[in-house]
Design a binder for this molecule. Structure first.
Ligand code: ZN
Length: 190
C-alpha cells in the first residue's frame, strides 16, 4: 500500500472537509473554499467537485489545495489527523530488469509513428506536385524502420536476437535522441 492509498482509505473528501470546518448541507453541498462562493457549489462525497470553479479531485487533492501542500504532505497530514500517524510504506518492489525486446519495440514504434506523420505532411498534394526529396527520404526512413519492426516481431529467434543486440548496442540511444527532435532527417536514420 502506498501512502496515498493509506490516506484515502482513512477518510473521504467530505469527512475531511467537514473536519477542517466546511459545512455540507443535506445534499452534500458546501461553500467552495477555492473561489468566492455564495451558493454552495462544492459537492462533497468520496471525492469533491466544484460546479463553480471546476476544482475536482480526491481527498488528497482536496488537502493539498486547502492547505497548500504537496500531495505527499497532504497524504501525510491525513494520516496524522485521521490515522495513527505512522505509515510505513511497503518495501518497494525491486525494479524489473528492463526488457530489451520491449524497449526496441517501443522506440521503433515511436519512430514509425513520427515518420508516418512526416511522410503524410510532405506527401504531394496533387498529381501535379513534384515528389520532393524530403518526401522521398521520409518514405525511405519510414520503410527502413517498419522493416526493423517487422523483423523484430516476425523474424526467426536468431534474427530477433541479432537485431536486439544491434539496436541495444547504441542505436536505440541514438534513436531516442532523434525522437526528441522536431523533425527527423535522413542523416538521423542512415
Ligand atoms: Zn469552487
Amino acid at each position: 500500500m502506498t501512502i496515498y492509498e493509506k490516506a484515502k482509505s482513512l477518510v473521504t473528501a467530505r469527512e475531511a472537509a467537514e473536519h477542517y470546518g466546511l459545512t455540507a448541507n443535506r445534499y452534500g453541498m458546501a461553500l467552495c473554499p477555492f473561489h468566492d462562493d455564495h451558493n454552495p457549489s462544492l459537492k462533497l462525497d468520496e471525492r469533491f467537485h466544484c460546479f463553480g470553479c471546476g476544482e475536482d479531485g480526491d481527498v488528497i487533492d482536496f488537502m493539498a489545495k486547502f492547505f497548500n501542500l504537496t500531495l505527499h504532505e497532504a497524504a501525510q497530514k491525513l494520516i496524522n489527523d485521521f490515522g495513527d500517524g505512522e505509515f510505513i510504506p511497503d518495501a518497494p518492489s525491486p525494479p524489473k530488469p528492463p526488457d530489451p525486446a520491449q524497449r526496441c519495440h517501443d522506440v521503433l514504434l515511436d519512430l514509425e509513428v513520427r515518420l508516418h506523420r512526416q511522410k503524410r505532411e510532405t506527401a504531394p498534394q496533387s498529381m501535379d506536385d513534384p515528389i520532393t526529396t524530403e518526401y522521398a527520404q521520409n518514405c525511405q526512413m519510414y520503410d527502413f524502420i517498419v522493416g526493423l519492426a517487422d523483423l523484430l516481431s516476425g523474424g526467426t529467434e536468431q534474427q530477433k536476437a541479432d537485431e536486439i543486440a544491434y539496436l541495444t548496442g547504441g542505436v536505440l540511444d541514438h534513436y531516442e535522441r532523434v525522437l526528441q527532435k522536431e523533425v527527423i532527417v535522413y542523416d538521423d536514420i542512415f
